[in-house]
Design a protein around this ligand. Structure first.
Ligand SMILES: [Fe+2]
Ligand SMILES: [Fe+2]
Length: 256
């Protein structure tokens, strides 16, 4: 059956599922932020009074969501890898490729973290989101490279063997042109001292989509230890400029 034929049923089903999930949380009401609904094409959010009226005996969730893997009190980057990043294979393959290529630890770390924006948060402008998340904890070369791969990936650099990915023609169409802000980012990046670090993310990236490749996060624990300043208080509790992003990942359904 064409599921687009009857949108009413679809949205009713979604509401029923949401209702059921809410009940599975027991005493607490988990709320969906506007962004979650926008992703479903609805610019709306559940109002506090309406949710409370429908669940008069419950309080809103203001901490951990029991449907999600439990996070420790002082979470590390590895804990986020294991409990909040939806897909590790691509990141691990990319970093493994960089490691085998004999690149510096900064490049390997940049490859390992380059798509955490996608893996944890949001696809749109993922390079910018990912860079912001890690900025307080890594060398500026690493966060710069992660931010800028967002733009560089759309522009070939034959000198290092990077062509426009064929996959993008499949994904976006042959006539896709990056927006002016991406072109401007690329132009700035070409003249930057860290250009090659970001370019190496792209070079290691395109070889990294083999679902059967053997990869292991343990191979990178030492590199993370040497190059990612894990805050003692735990990621999210260290009052850094991006601590709130890590907390949001930890508690995505808190009411406030
Ligand atoms: Fe990316
Ligand atoms: Fe990637």
């Amino acid at each position: 059956m064409n599921e687009h034929a009857n949108p009413q049923n679809l949205s009713e089903r979604a509401d029923a599922l949401e209702e059921r999930m809410m009940h599975e949380l027991g005493e607490r009401i988990a709320t969906r932020s506007t962004l979650f609904n926008i992703a479903d094409g609805k610019v709306e959010m559940p109002s506090g009074p309406a949710l409370k009226a429908a669940n008069p005996d419950k309080y809103f969730l203001m901490g951990a969501d029991p449907r999600l893997p439990k996070m420790p009190a002082k979470p590390t980057l590895i804990d986020f890898f294991n409990n909040r990043f939806a897909s590790l294979n691509h990141l691990l393959q990319s970093a493994t490729h960089a490691l085998k290529g004999g690149h510096s630890e900064k490049v390997v770390l940049a490859c390992l973290l380059h798509d955490i924006g996608v893996a944890s948060f949001i696809r749109c402008d993922h390079g910018y989101w990912g860079a912001q998340m890690i900025e307080p904890y890594v060398d500026e070369e690493v966060s710069w490279a992660v931010r800028t791969h967002q733009a560089l990936r759309f522009f070939p650099d034959p000198a290092v063997g990077y062509e426009y990915p064929k996959m993008y023609i499949d994904y976006f169409g042959a006539d896709y042109k990056p927006e002016p802000y991406i072109v401007a980012e690329y132009e700035r990046a070409r003249k930057h001292k860290y250009y090659m670090t970001s370019r190496l993310i792209c070079v290691n990236d395109i070889y990294s989509f083999d679902p059967d490749a053997k990869v292991d996060l343990n191979d990178f624990v030492d590199i993370i230890g040497r190059n990612f300043r894990q805050p003692e208080e735990g990621l999210g509790f260290d009052n850094s400029p991006s601590a709130h992003m890590w907390r949001t990942l930890m508690w995505p359904t808190r009411f406030l």
